[in-house]
Design a protein. Structure first.
Length: 94
């Protein structure tokens, strides 16, 4: 698990996950609204959390990002056409 305090110097992080990722229709809404966090993979053409944020480098479905990216994550969550992007605050003050 990533310790977000070491990366962002903050007490709150955002856990973001795509579930079920197989339901992604690749409309790229998340990548347009939040390119800092999401990408479309070459392997299967579906949305994924960028490698730098992933909880595990082999799991494109989940990651932790700094609380400063909350607005962009929320935009992706609210506009995903198949409603498969989820999020939650983690850490002290969450």
């Amino acid at each position: 698990m990533v310790d977000w305090r070491l990366h962002w110097g903050c007490e709150v992080a955002i856990r973001v996950y795509i579930e079920p990722r197989e339901a992604c229709v690749s409309e790229m809404v998340c990548t347009v609204l939040c390119p800092e966090v999401f990408e479309i993979t070459r392997e299967d053409g579906r949305a994924a959390v960028k490698v730098r944020w992933r909880s595990s480098k082999d799991n494109p479905s989940e990651g932790l990002v700094g609380g400063d990216l909350e607005d962009c994550v929320l935009a992706a969550v609210e506009n995903c056409p198949v409603e498969i992007i989820r999020w939650e605050r983690v850490g002290r003050g969450a």
